[in-house]
Design a protein around this ligand. Structure first.
Ligand code: ATP
Length: 244
């Protein structure tokens, strides 16, 4: 059973074909990693899935339903949740309050259910001890956890994670990987865009490689990473990461 299917989805900005006939299918409960160079069109793919950008052509089905033209808010309520590459928490609110906002509006829960949901999500993401700390005072790792917690507050069945591991130390990265594994163990399907490939490999079942808006490879992680075409791109990404 697939949770999400993209069939030849395309998007163009002016002369730039940012998404070029991308097809993808994700099995329910599985995790897919997406890699590719800067500007390859990865975040745009998330925008297309989440509905913040509409596809020019192609179809997107979520849980059997055609959501291609559905507005982002409704897709969120259907069960597509996302984290953003640049987190924007409400810095003057506590960690708990930030998650509560997600549960109330994203999850459309009553006050009492939203409060219970926020507590669950803080536990799941390892933030329970930081519940009453202002979001503006969290460390980078904690802000990454909060970004994931806010996405989870809407009870998504599909979670889109956009470059969540960047900038962390190795032990912090390992902690984040554990948190993502916990989320997955709850049955949430995951698509994760990430430059920190070893973190990705610790979680995902499959990898898709995007370059110039096209999916150039997809498959079992080790075999996909080992293919010469992907190895060349991956080496380019490593030097990009090393230089900024
Ligand atoms: N709204 C927009 N209008 C015009 N061009 C856009 C728009 N959004 C993205 N682009 C362009 O589309 C291309 C792909 O961008 P996208 O953010 O999807 O890439 P990415 O693979 O996520 O890159 P990165 O790894 O740097 O985040 C870039 O050249 C970007 O400048």
């Amino acid at each position: 059973m697939t949770i999400i299917t993209l069939d030849r989805v395309s998007k163009r900005y002016g002369a730039l074909q940012v998404t070029d006939a991308v097809s993808l299918a994700l099995e329910r409960g599985s995790a897919l990693g997406i890699i590719g160079p800067n500007g390859a069109g990865k975040t745009t793919l998330f925008n297309l899935i989440a509905g913040t950008t509409l596809a020019d052509s192609g179809t997107i089905r979520f849980d059997g339903e055609d959501v291609t033209r559905m507005p982002a808010r409704r897709r969120c309520h259907r069960g597509i949740g996302r984290s953003f590459q640049i987190p924007h928490p409400f810095v003057g609110m506590t960690t708990y309050e930030n998650v509560l906002v997600g549960a109330t509006f994203g999850g459309r829960l009553s006050e009492r259910d939203a409060a219970a949901k926020a507590v669950d999500v803080l536990e799941l993401t390892g933030l329970a001890r930081k519940a009453n700390v202002l979001a503006g005072q969290l460390t980078l790792l904690e802000r990454k956890r909060l970004e994931m917690a806010r996405a989870l507050a809407s009870s998504p069945r599909l979670l889109l994670l956009d470059e969540i591991a960047g900038g962390l130390t190795e032990p912090e990265c390992a902690e984040l990987v554990d948190a993502i594994r916990n989320v997955r163990a709850q049955g949430v399907s995951i698509i994760w865009i990430e430059h920190v490939v070893h973190a990705l490999l610790a979680v995902v079942d499959r990898i898709a490689v995007i370059d110039f808006g096209r999916k150039i490879a997809e498959g079992e992680p080790a075999a996909t990473m080992a293919s010469p075409e992907v190895a060349a791109i991956y080496m380019g990404m490593e030097s990009e990461a090393a230089h900024g």
